[in-house]
Ligand binder design. Sequence first.
Ligand code: GCW
Length: 655
Amino acid sequence: MDFSKCWLDYQPIECKEKAFSTLSVLCDGRVVKSAVEEYCLAMEAMTGAVVEVTPEGGRECVSLRLDAALSGADSYEICREGDGYRITGQSESGVLYGVFEFLRLVRTGHLASLPLVNGPEMPLRIMNHWDNMDGSIERGYSGNSFFYRDYEILCDERTEQYARLMASIGINAVVINNVNVHQRETYLITDTYLEQVKEYADLFGRYGIRLYTSVNFAAPMELAGFDNCDPLNPEVAQWWKETAAHIYEVIPEFGGFLVKADSEGRPGPFTYDRTHADGANMLARALAPYGGIVIWRCFVYNCGQDWRDKKTDRARAAYDNFIGLDGCFDDNVILQIKNGPMDFQVREPVSPLFGGLKKTNMILEVEIAQEYTGQQIDLCYLLPMWREILDFDTCAAGEGSTVRRIVNGELYGQKLCGMAAVINTGDDYNWTGNDLAAANTYGYGRLAMNPSQSSESIAREWTALTLGGEVEDTVTQMLMGSWSTYEKYTSPLGIGWMVTPHYHYGPDVDGYEYDRWGTYHRADWRGLGVDRTPAGTGYTDQYNEPWRSVYADRTKCPEELLLFFHYVRYNEKLRSGKTLIQHIYDTHFEGVEEVEAMAETWRQLAPKLAPDVYGRVKERLERQLANAREWRDRINTYFYRKCGIPDEKGRKIYE
Ligand code: GCW
């Protein structure tokens, strides 16, 4: 087990079919070349035999072909042929994906499942890096950036390996810098860095991945001395046109821009009384002649709120800001929408924008980086959460209008749509800090490729490829239960937050309660929760029926979201028959017990694991246990002090 290779650590295998050692390559191109290299590297490591690569077809070989007539962009077909196998790609990327799939089948012993035809379901499968050029990573929990060090761009073995890892899970777009574009990063689209950015673009290009950059909306001011960046100022628009023209001269395959505007202090069109559509379209028109796109984030809210004000509701903000602009965006603009209305909490309802916008390209944004979900110290396998989000029926165009069918382009026939994720990697030896956190990285790509795959089968696949078949069942079980466990010992029933301000790890119940971020739980001596019904902030009205009524009705509202939508008294009964306060106590005790059990399970796996992997994860689980206990005791004590109602089961609650 070599975790520096993640899930691409090719170990010797039993099955050594003769056909494996001849690769007939009946197509060409730079991505095909990467596919051939991967194949040879893998087969040689697995079988010990040197692979003969030939341009001839033959009976006892694995052959690679291109067939543009295969249905579905970048799809592939793998089947038996003669005494060997044939991998056909609809495109070069299809060939590459086919080779990775074939290798996966070989490694997991599933070749019997052939023939198969497969292809990416989401058109765009994007990784967002929040890497800064000084080498730091915003919300990074696995070391520093492997893209930058001291304002230099690094193009080395690690970035090559990164590109392979990404291609192996079907990623086709990468944004190389933080959405908060700082001073030096503003220069990424200028000659100061373009030649080096091009090196990345070329590297990614060999793996079927397009490069995007996050841009600073105020770049004309910072780079060219403009006194404004008004999107309707023709000189500003002209500056962007020239800038884009130059970028494409250097990097003809440049993907486009990702923009965080008018959000958490970032500049944007609001300053000039312009709309997000004005801003996005201005940039889109600069990129359009070259086929580039603008990805515009909807994470826009008032971050200077007053906690005394109970009418302003941060949850409403994205919808309120964007719904009126539906249909106003150019064709090459995509809105990138966070999965929930707040900010990547352990539990949130699905953003109502998905059910609201109908004439706008949409991308679903999720966070693999475990900012609010344990920071890669605590185990939290996020696939079950993403599954629920994708399967959520927005009822936008009748029943079955799931988020999945919106962002895969099916419902509205969109071509520019898909998923984006804030990645959790860094320059740590094992890429993701916690070895097991790589299951989220892997799983995200696999899910975006094929959302029909269950979270469990993805967990199995990752475990088998990375840790070996012997521990597959047990580790899969640990992964599958981990989100629910994390949810139990942190903030209850969808209320979110209660974390240490700024760092977002560990409990601080009132940490954000009297702050400016719009993140309140409103606990008092009688109860807690935010009333988001029409009697409160009215947020529930942003949903289509039946959700609007379901969420607004205390008796129908899904219980896991109860406190997100309602203010509930401590002694009110939940559907389980328990009172709210008893539910809070119980889940917090359970959460800790579940972490204890997980740590014990891991200890039992010791003989089946490489000592370094075992040791690293064990250490994380110990820290997780300490964290879970801290959460349990702080939450239970906090609420006990508020309401004075003792635990029915008489367990230890600190006073
Ligand atoms: O959750 C918040 C994070 C910020 C992040 C922001 C965003 C990159 O705490 O670190 O900024 O979201 O998504 O823009």
